[in-house]
Design a binder for this molecule. Structure first.
Ligand code: FO1
Length: 331
């Protein structure tokens, strides 16, 4: 909803702290997973839902691979690979090596432990379970109590229109190492799930994680009716910038901005989200730039250290955002 309407919206909520507010995190891969883990360290599991991009899902080696969902699940379970942020810690690669020896594709690295997730998920999907149900099953097995929901149950493949033609997201991102210049991100029309709609209806606070706005957050918003629910409902929407000092914390967000004709800055991210958000959280290193660009109108802004190098950083950032949000919700 427009930032200018935020005060009337804030008045609709009774006083309380983050312990009994319903919080929803919209997340892509690594950045989303880290912020979700920070919030999960503070908020009781029943009050937290993470809605995850499934636009990067694809079929590979006959299996359904859901990279962002798995990154969120592994991170919340504390078993993510600390070097890459995706995949499993303590991974071995015997099957991939043998796939390569037999002439199979090796460009997308699937570790032996990670492959077990793809095998079980693919088998459950093939026997009629929805992606939402399968994700719940995997969360239970990994001991995750909070609710992790895919943005939709239908396949929702993100396509990237580049100077070398239209290609599936993972072809562009991993196989082509996000080098072909991006002209446009092409998103299919998909419908979200009853579970997503219900958690958004009950949300007090929605956090848009510092994930890539174009290939991680937009696919979620594009799953009907998520974008209109964020615009129309009375919850507070807070976005965290994935850009620090003109660079993406991880991945191609900054490169894409340049290629799509945007300024590469935190302010441009805030303007991109526009009326959808009430509060914009950005890194201290960008304060001068944000003041210079000075076109954020009535948006509430909050500056802090947004880098999350360890679990304490995740918790600190989440706590600062929750403190601000509770102050606004209770004012
Ligand atoms: N990213 C890579 O850059 N190279 C890989 O080989 C790769 C394998 C991979 C396997 C499982 C998984 O869950 C994620 C994986 N990723 C890999 C990351 C992933 O493709 C991207 O980070 C996301 O799709 C973008 O958010």
């Amino acid at each position: 909803m427009p930032a200018s309407s935020s005060s009337s919206k804030l008045e609709q909520r009774p006083n309380s702290n983050s312990q009994n507010r319903n919080i929803v995190v919209l997340a892509g891969g690594v950045g989303g997973a880290k912020l979700a883990d920070g919030v999960a360290q503070i908020v009781p599991p029943d009050n937290l839902t993470v809605i995850v991009n499934s636009g990067d899902d694809f079929q590979h080696l006959g299996l359904t691979i859901c990279p962002d969902l798995d990154t969120v699940v592994y991170t919340l379970a504390g078993i993510e690979n600390p070097e890459t942020g995706w995949g499993r810690a303590g991974e071995t690669w015997r099957i991939m090596a043998e796939v390569g020896r037999l002439g199979g594709p090796e460009w997308f690295k699937l570790g032996d432990l990670d492959l077990a997730t793809h095998l079980v998920r693919s088998q459950l999907l093939a026997t009629g379970h929805s992606l939402t149900e399968v994700t719940q099953t995997l969360c239970n097995k990994f001991g995750i109590e909070i609710s992790v929901l895919p943005m939709c149950d239908q396949p929702a493949p993100t396509m990237i229109a580049t100077d070398q033609g239209l290609m599936p997201f993972q072809t562009w991102f991993v196989e082509q190492k996000w080098q072909p210049a991006v002209r446009e991100v092409v998103l299919p029309d998909v419908i979200s799930t009853a579970q997503v709609v219900s958690c958004l209806e009950n949300a007090d606070l929605i956090l848009i994680a510092p994930s890539n706005p174009f290939v991680s957050i937009d696919p979620i918003l594009n799953a009907y009716p998520i974008r209109s629910m964020l615009a129309d409902l009375a919850e507070l929407v807070v976005a965290v910038s994935p850009i620090i000092a003109g660079e993406a914390v991880k991945g191609p967000a900054a490169k894409m901005m340049g290629e799509m004709g945007m300024r590469v800055s935190s302010a441009a991210i805030a303007q991109y989200y526009g009326d959808l958000i009430d509060v914009f959280v950005f890194d201290r290193r960008d304060s001068a730039l944000l003041n210079q660009e000075g076109s954020l109108n009535s948006l509430i802004t909050f500056q802090t250290d947004t880098l999350m190098n360890n679990r304490q950083d995740r918790r600190r950032l989440a706590q600062e955002i929750l403190n601000l949000a509770m102050e606004l919700l209770n004012s």
